[in-house]
Design a protein around this ligand. Structure first.
Ligand code: SF4
Length: 313
């Protein structure tokens, strides 16, 4: 829930009169109501209608038509100016963690979550302490300003715990698998909304990725995707990857879609945009889309034994 009076105070303090508002796809339907609330307080409001998947994807065109951009649902991943952030907390039942406790082999565990459940983290830590387990919560990192926060492109808060066993409080298996690959720790995925607990298996993902690298060996040229989005652009990395092959060309894209990759016609792509694209969306793409590390394996400058999950550091 967004507190409109609080937002009004923040906007007044910054002397803003024209406000652009942006939300990710799942929260977009909040925007007409928020626009209405702000309009009644005297603001001129511009709604960003383009797709948005994270704070890496700020609508700077909308911002530049306003005094400020209010981005809903995420925390900042960089220092882009004239943007304020409003998170969207999602409640859940942290008692799901209790079921993990008998499965822990040690007396301490790392504790991480995503931004929508950050407000549950201190309660979860207290629950672990009450059960005799020392919770380890790492401090902020450059892309994750909250303690214990992980992103699909940054598992730094998990790595910094140094723990052998890590509890992820959140939904889905992408983050837990990423944490497992990034840390080598045993990971428990505890969903505070459904009450489900899973221990993710990263081996299946590694087998799929190995198969893709093998398939990519047939390619005679490579499109190195560089994102034009504010917080996803890894141009220097793309330059370095291009230097590994004289058949690699940088391709600048905003949205990376199957149609665009089909139209461009490369037999293989390397993704330096949002790391989730290569992992989550491969089934939709017309050609192998490798991570930067996988391209290094393909080019013989890295062993598969030293596979690293892609992160934006
Ligand atoms: S780069 Fe991808 S994982 Fe990272 S914040 Fe953006 S959408 Fe999320």
């Amino acid at each position: 829930m967004i507190s409109v009076p609080d937002l009004h105070r923040r906007l007044t303090a910054l002397n803003c009169r024209t406000v652009a508002i942006q939300a990710p796809e799942g929260l977009k339907r909040l925007l007409p109501r928020l626009a209405d609330d702000l309009h009644r307080l005297g603001y001129e409001v511009i709604i960003s209608g383009d797709p948005c998947y994270g704070a890496c994807d700020l609508d700077l065109d909308a911002r530049d038509q306003a005094d400020i951009l209010v981005h809903i649902g995420h925390t900042p991943v960089d220092g882009t100016e004239r943007v304020i952030y409003e998170t969207w907390p999602v409640d859940g039942d942290i008692s799901v963690i209790k079921e993990v406790i008998p499965r822990l082999t040690g007396k301490e565990a790392g504790l991480v979550t995503t931004v929508q459940h950050i407000h549950l983290l201190s309660q979860a830590a207290s629950l672990l302490l009450d059960e005799g387990i020392k919770p380890i919560i790492a401090g902020p990192s450059p892309r994750t300003p909250c303690r214990g926060q992980v992103l699909g492109c940054s598992f730094e808060a998990a790595r910094r715990t140094g723990a052998q066993e890590i509890i992820f409080l959140g939904t889905g298996l992408f983050h837990p698998i990423g944490i497992k690959l990034a840390t080598g720790a045993r990971v428990f995925a505890c969903d505070p909304v459904t009450g489900n607990i899973e221990e993710p298996d990263s081996d299946r993902l590694l087998r799929v990725r190995f198969g893709l690298i093998q398939k990519a060996r047939e390619a005679d040229s490579y499109g190195i995707i560089v994102s034009s989005k504010t917080g996803q652009c890894r141009s220097q990395l793309a330059d370095r990857l291009c230097s590994l092959s004289d058949k690699a060309y940088k391709v600048v894209l905003g949205e990376v879609t199957p149609d665009q990759l089909l139209n461009l016609g490369f037999p293989c792509y390397v993704n330096t945009a949002c790391p989730r694209l290569a992992y989550d969306d491969q089934v939709r793409f017309p050609a192998p889309v490798l991570t930067p590390g996988e391209f290094e394996i393909l080019c013989g400058v890295r062993d598969f034994d030293h596979y690293e999950v892609d992160e934006i550091i």
